[in-house]
Design a protein around this ligand. Structure first.
Ligand SMILES: Cc1cc2nc3c(=O)[nH]c(=O)nc-3n(C[C@H](O)[C@H](O)[C@H](O)COP(=O)(O)OP(=O)(O)OC[C@H]3O[C@@H](n4cnc5c(N)ncnc54)[C@H](O)[C@@H]3O)c2cc1C
Ligand code: FES
Length: 347
């Protein structure tokens, strides 16, 4: 199916395979279509259908809440073309970075599977070809027999790998998280599409890093820490991470944090914030080099934001209410320019 998108400056044309989401087809062809969640919740991939037949996909997608049926508005991340189509995309089409990797479809196999806490598990997915992604990016995964894709950020980083490492938080009533937790999924296969996302880290930008993560939001930030560490970034640049979980039993990746802190004690600051219980006495002893605090992660992190100075890139990831609670004060009170904030809202 030929998809045509007319913008004032240019007409984009690309082919979509039978059954393929229009967003996937466009991104795969290198057309930088607008999107954020890629999974039907945010509405940023809106398009109007001028000509052609479309299957709209997920009828209850929250992202199309205020869409006008009469104008044939739909979500490119959900809809599938049934004939050649001509679309209007109201949002700006922003060019990719030169080093961006065009996403693609793969069949992945789960090759490692372990529980990290009672409601967070980690698995690795092996894909048939080696490739790379920017630290901070995500893939969308489709589990067998489930409708639709779910977004998960990679935890690992490598310049060439066939392995994607993910953490999955148990989401009450969530279909994919139920599937992942219900039994050991080693050797199961998944359809995956990626890499996607712009909350990315690029060493050549030379920023200090300020990061705030709630729960599984730490996934993409771990990938950024991993990439930065591989290029010895913390020799010359600082990172301050605030990572919020409920209780000491919910903490994971402490070993990985300690390893990075030990290598660069002066430039790496890791703050673990417990919302529901105080730190243990051992944690408070300070022996492991990490700082342990109590409270809501956004409230503990905000006062520290300005201490980093003007050359800082801010990364936020986690539940949408946490990210929303941070963006406004960062921009309005702390006067952080919007282009110094990169975020992923976990809807
Ligand atoms: C950019 C990004 C990165 C993320 N990274 C992580 C991460 O690293 N770790 C983590 O734990 N969480 C992450 N999340 C959150 C994670 O994607 C959600 O928790 C997950 O979607 C829950 O899926 P579920 O099946 O368990 O829940 P459900 O409530 O069953 O499904 C939730 C999502 O599945 C999709 N969906 C449901 N039904 C349909 C349908 N019929 N058709 C099409 N789509 C459907 C929708 O996107 C919906 O929002 C991320 C989210 C985003 C946006
Ligand atoms: S990108 Fe399609 S709804 Fe978020």
């Amino acid at each position: 199916m030929l998809i045509e998108i007319e913008k004032k400056s240019k007409t984009y044309r690309f082919e979509a395979n039978a059954g393929e989401k229009i967003l996937h087809a466009g991104l795969r062809a290198g057309v930088p279509l607008p999107f954020e969640c890629a999974t039907g919740t945010c509405g940023s991939c809106k398009a109007r259908v001028n000509q052609g037949d479309i299957d709209e996909g997920w009828p209850e997608a929250p992202g199309k809440e205020n869409f006008k049926a009469a104008k044939r508005e739909m979500l490119m991340c959900q809809c599938v073309a049934q004939t050649d189509c001509n679309l209007t995309v109201p949002s700006k089409i922003k060019a990719f970075r030169e080093d961006d990797i065009n996403p693609d479809h793969h069949q992945g196999k789960i090759t490692d599977y372990e529980m990290l806490t009672s409601d967070v598990l980690r698995f690795e997915v092996k894909v048939p070809i080696e490739g790379t992604f920017h630290a901070g990016q995500f893939f969308v995964l489709q589990a067998p027999e489930l409708e639709g894709y779910r977004a998960y950020s990679m935890v690992n980083y490598s310049q060439s790998t066939d392995t994607l490492e993910f953490i999955i938080k148990k989401f009450p009533g969530g279909e994919l998280s139920n599937w992942a937790f219900e039994s050991n999924r080693l050797n199961e296969t998944l359809d995956v599409f990626g890499p996607l996302g712009r909350a990315t880290f690029h060493p050549d930008e030379g920023h200090d890093l300020f990061m705030i993560a709630g729960g599984s939001g730490v996934a993409g930030l771990m990938s950024i820490l991993e990439h930065a560490n591989q290029v010895n970034y913390f020799q010359d640049h600082k990172v301050e991470l605030y990572f919020g979980v409920r209780t000491p039993n919910d903490l994971f990746f402490a070993e990985r944090f300690r390893a990075i802190k030990t290598q660069h004690p002066d430039n790496v600051s890791i703050n673990i914030v417990f919302s529901n219980e105080p730190p243990t006495s051992e944690q408070l002893s300070g022996n492991d080099g990490l700082n342990y605090l109590t409270g809501f992660v956004h409230e503990r992190a905000l006062p520290a934001v300005l201490e980093g100075g003007g050359n800082t890139m801010h990364y936020l990831a986690g539940p949408a209410p946490m990210v929303d609670a941070l963006i406004r004060p960062l921009i309005l009170d702390s006067k952080i320019p919007a282009d110094r904030i990169r975020y992923d809202k976990f809807n």
